[in-house]
Write a protein that binds this ligand. Sequence first.
Ligand code: GRF
Length: 195
Amino acid sequence: MKLAVAILISGSGSNMVKLVKSMDDEHPAFPSVVISSRSDAPGLKKAQDLGVPTEVIDAHYFKKNHLDFEKELIQTLKFYNVEIICLAGFMKILSKKFIDNFRDRILNIHPSLLPKYRGLNTHARAIEANDPIAGCSVHLVTPELDGGPILAQSEVLIKKNETEKSLASKVLLEEHVLYPKVLLNFSNQIRKKEL
Ligand code: GRF
């Protein structure tokens, strides 16, 4: 049986598309569901076009109506029998309780060479600091924001006249290669442990 992967998004979903496409017949995992925290995320249509089930748990609506976002998220993950969670541009911080529930089963991609530049505006901060290189990291999610064990990284050079935008697109291309690679290794490792 293949491992069921949930991909959590909030926006454009370009990493999600690469992850979904990487899970071919030979892959130990399959994309069981794409869950968005925003009903207007462009990634939703991309997932539907790829034939992946989608669910929306609207973080704004849940907050406004004092509803429990994570309770709904857990129910949805259980419904799809999810074994691996990939955060891919998911703009909601998950609680320690939630993360402990899925211990060592949540991956995230972050657009910096962690431990540098946790949080937002990573590219602007790298340029501002005159860093010679930037990049992206895939890490295990722990309750510490962008602080879990790093599984893999990819680097790009920061050129003289680099802008935040140009750097973001260069790094994003690296993300698209790195995240599927890490998911494949990670899925294989889980498989081995289960044997
Ligand atoms: C990526 O840069 C990712 O590293 C960050 O959010 C962005 C998401 O882009 N966490 P996309 O939605 O995958 O296109």
